[in-house]
Design a protein around this ligand. Structure first.
Ligand code: ALA
Length: 407
């Protein structure tokens, strides 16, 4: 951990932790807490500057439009896209992926084509592809994981062929914390002319992302996991793909001209943002990006590596705990799934909750993956920039208590 990085100081920026000083929050993979700066930006907009966007000629509406569009530019810089036109605001990762499935894949795929998905996908990056496969007659092919929870590159070589049109993959597994080697995967997929869509919900909040370097075709993430509000997400898409995509939702703001019998569409990205969007949420996202940039994504990644190392060592020293996924911290993010011999994960969460320690248990919206691990559910602790050494110590003490209660 860098000396300049002090999670205890960071915690002070989050009113949530001031209001709940004893809480150990270890569920940031599900959703993160929000710094004052983000809630202030949203409140200021609603209380001082509120108006709808892209519609009014009056000053307030023009200012709101400028603020909203400025965030598009911030997102572009944050993930190093080429142009703000490649950034579409959605309601979250799920909507972003469904947009690609319905606007891109449904139009371009046909009977006999193949879509590759991995066995570690969250439902949001699996179910839309199951549906599109059914709609188009394309075949879904599964890239299985190895027993240590990673993806074997040799398996991909066996799956890719000239029928492969799309590869849908998570950057970081929300269950195992495994970081996939996207650069290599994208090169392989592009060699057979397949497009790559990345679920980056668990990576964009935690590490620096460069979409130009990764060369992915589409990338989706959610604001609420990166210190921003709920109800806002992003779809990054290479501009040339957007040009080939029809709108998915139709109505206000996405049109150029409407007659009673037909309509023409606005340019990208606006033709994919029908209706009044979550303007305040997008402005909150802008503040979240400012906050994260100020801390530095590399510092956040280093801090999480420090925490995950400590957590793996501490939990790994308890003989009744099984940790899922690789132990090498270079290959994983700040997500740790585990189980306790003979104790149901729900009981783990309940006992920890009595001591104000919040973790998530269950299948983590990735049922095929938990099944592949040979369990019905796991317990999961996930870390972020505000987690401290003490949080891990409290978790370990809590787990020792759980074991004593149930054995
Ligand atoms: N996808 C979120 C999680 O992993 C909700 O908890």
């Amino acid at each position: 951990m860098s000396v300049s990085f002090d999670p205890k100081t960071i915690k002070k920026d989050f009113p949530f932790f001031t209001n709940r000083p004893n809480l150990v929050y270890l569920d940031s993979a599900a959703s993160s807490q929000k710094p004052q700066m983000v809630t202030d930006a949203i409140t200021d907009f609603y209380t001082k500057d509120y108006a709808n966007i892209h519609r009014g000629i009056y000053d307030l509406s023009e200012k709101a439009t400028a603020q909203y569009e400025e965030v598009r530019g911030k997102v572009k810089d944050f993930i190093k896209a080429r142009s703000p036109k490649e950034i579409i605001f959605t309601s979250g990762t799920t909507e972003s992926i469904n947009l690609v499935a319905q606007s891109y894949a449904r139009k371009h795929l046909k009977n006999g084509d193949e879509i590759i998905v991995t066995a570690m996908e969250h439902h949001a990056n699996l179910v839309p592809w199951q549906v599109v496969a059914k709609q188009t007659g394309a075949k879904l092919r599964i890239w299985d994981i190895t027993d240590d929870g990673t993806l074997d590159s040799k398996e991909l070589n066996k799956l890719l062929n000239r029928q492969t049109k799309l590869l849908a993959i998570t950057h970081v597994s929300n269950v195992l914390g495994v970081i996939n080697d996207l650069k290599w995967i994208t090169q392989k997929a592009h060699a057979v002319n397949a497009k790559v869509i990345v679920d980056a919900a668990q990576s964009v909040p935690h590490m620096g992302i460069d979409v130009e370097y990764l060369d992915c075709d589409f990338l989706a993430f959610s604001t609420h996991k990166m210190l921003g509000p709920t109800g806002v997400g992003v779809l990054y898409a290479k501009e040339r793909h957007l040009e080939e995509m029809d709108p998915w939702l139709y109505g206000g703001d996405m049109i150029r001209e409407v007659t009673l019998t037909k309509s023409t569409w606005n340019d990208a990205p606006w033709r994919f943002e029908a209706g009044t969007p979550n303007i305040a949420g997008v402005i909150g996202l802008g503040a979240a990006i400012d906050y994260l940039k100020n801390i530095g994504m590399n510092n956040i990644r280093t801090h999480e590596q420090y925490l995950i190392q400590k957590a793996i060592e501490s939990l790994g020293s308890l003989p009744y705990i099984t940790i899922y996924g690789p132990k090498d911290i270079q290959k994983r993010s700040g997500v740790l799934s585990f189980s306790i011999d003979g104790v149901h994960p729900h009981d783990i969460a309940q006992i920890l909750d009595e001591d104000e320690i919040a973790i998530r248990v269950g299948h983590h919206c990735a049922m095929p993956l938990t099944k592949r691990l040979g369990v019905a559910a796991t317990a999961r602790a996930s870390f972020y920039l505000y987690n401290t050494d003490e949080d891990i110590e409290r978790l370990v003490n809590g787990l020792e208590k759980v074991y004593k209660v149930f054995t």
